[in-house]
Design a protein around this ligand. Structure first.
Ligand code: NAP
Ligand code: G4F
Length: 366
């Protein structure tokens, strides 16, 4: 008997998780279809190495455009949808709350309705990228699948709608749709304005004389940080279960922004000492006495989530997933090592560009 081909549709394919998930599914033999949006810059850095592969296809659509999603789902006929697209920056959600709700809340509904409109409820499974931000102003530590939610940003409130509409369609229409409640996961592909990547890039630039100082917000905020590459496997595992269920995905370990910063600078070859408190706290280079890290109110949020710590017991026992595959220390090391090389390579490229411009000006190169 002919086995049916696995066809995945990934929204958010150009993002950190979308890129790792594409690699993971392609390696499993899936046909992977990704949603991209029109942008003035055509270079899609995280998936550039996948473009042109025979089983990898890109399509224009948008989470805020129902018809584009209905048409795309009807064209691709996916067996699995991974809904990763979102305005994913918590601080930005305070500046653009309506857009965040449109993409992150109503966008989930649009995906579900696109599946129903195309009569694929029985054949298409849906993974929703839910988040530990749902726990927000936490009511229990550590947090598991039964911990009450208390969203604490426009982003989290939008994601709460996504979480509940997924549950509703599961119960009302018997659809196979699930949430992965993922705690923070990072990587060398993490967006440069999230705190971990901002720190690892700054540590590399400061070490190589390209930046003077790093300005951060709340250094005492606590997160359960894992490695994105390990987390995309869970998205797939969640959809391979017998019945649709939600899972917390986390490492079970908690660290502060300050600790992340200390370790990143250490791996870059700088030992920091933190002195002072609150807005006056500073990270000082022990060897030179120079202030390298300062706190700026610009990076404080109107309401901040400060105590995220996940309990991955269910994922460990039911999915057989190893939450400690990449340790916190390994994660920071991977990111710093990558950014040390990136900063050095950017420097070489910029010197070459300057030299070339000078040679062209002097007529030395035709
Ligand atoms: P990311 O790097 O910010 O990627 C977001 C993706 O969504 C990008 O591909 C982006 O496209 C796309 N997107 C945004 N708005 C869209 C729209 N209106 N229509 C179509 N596509 C749109 O995020 P990530 O870290 O990979 O996270 C993936 C998902 O998991 C997100 O839903 C996020 O909220 C959730 N999540 C992340 C974490 C984490 O720690 N990383 C934890 C829990 C949950 P462009 O490239 O065109 O901008
Ligand atoms: O790195 P962050 O911006 O990530 P945040 O807010 O936890 O959100 C990320 O993880 C969520 C999962 O829990 C995802 F749902 C979401 O899509 C996103 O991927 O900030 C982490 C913490 C915050 O408490 C923030 O206040 O770091 C603190 N922080 C301190 N200084 C900073 C900075 N955050 C940023 N972005 N920039 C700073 O300078």
């Amino acid at each position: 008997m002919e086995t049916k081909k696995n066809v995945a549709l990934i929204t958010g394919v150009t993002g950190q998780d979308g890129s790792y998930l594409s690699e993971f599914l392609l390696a499993k033999g899936y046909d992977v279809h990704g949603v991209i949006r029109r942008s003035s810059v055509d270079f899609r850095e995280r998936i550039a190495h996948l473009e042109g592969k025979p089983n990898f296809h890109l399509h224009y659509a948008d989470m805020t455009d129902s018809m584009s999603l209905v048409k795309l789902v009807g064209k691709v006929l996916p067996t699995e949808i991974y809904n990763l697209a979102a305005q994913s920056h918590v601080q930005v959600s305070f500046d653009a709350p309506e857009y965040t709700a449109n993409a992150d809340a109503t966008g989930v509904l649009r995906i579900l309705e696109a599946v129903r409109t195309n009569h694929l409820e029985k054949t298409c499974k849906i993974y929703q990228a839910s988040t530990s931000e749902l726990y927000g102003k936490v009511e229990e530590v550590p947090q598991n699948e039964n911990t009450p939610f208390h969203p604490y940003s426009p982003y989290a409130v939008a994601k709460l709608y996504g979480y509940w509409i997924i549950r509703e369609y599961r119960e009302a229409y018997n659809m196979f749709c699930c949430s992965g409640i993922l705690f923070n996961h990072e990587s060398e592909r993490r967006g440069e304005t999230f705190v971990t990547r901002k720190i690892t890039l700054a540590a590399a630039r400061i070490k190589q004389g390209k930046q003077e100082k790093l300005y951060l917000g709340n250094l005492s905020s606590l997160r359960d940080w894992g490695y994105a590459k390990d987390y995309v496997e869970c998205m797939w595992l969640i959809l391979q279960q017998e019945k649709p269920e939600d899972f917390v995905i986390a490492t079970g370990e908690q660290h502060s922004v300050r600790e992340f910063c200390y370790l990143a600078f250490k791996y870059a070859g700088i030992e920091l000492e933190f002195q002072g408190e609150g807005i006056n706290e500073k990270g000082i280079d022990k060897a030179t006495g120079k202030v390298l890290v300062e706190v700026s109110e610009d990076f404080y949020r109107p309401t901040d989530v400060v105590n995220l710590w996940g309990d991955p017991t269910k994922a460990k026992t039911q999915l057989g997933w190893n939450p400690q595959k990449t340790t916190f220390e390994e994660l920071v090391h991977i990111m710093v090592q990558h950014d040390m090389q990136k900063v050095a390579a950017d420097h070489v490229a910029s010197v070459m560009r300057t030299n070339l411009a000078e040679y062209l000006e002097k007529g030395l190169v035709k």
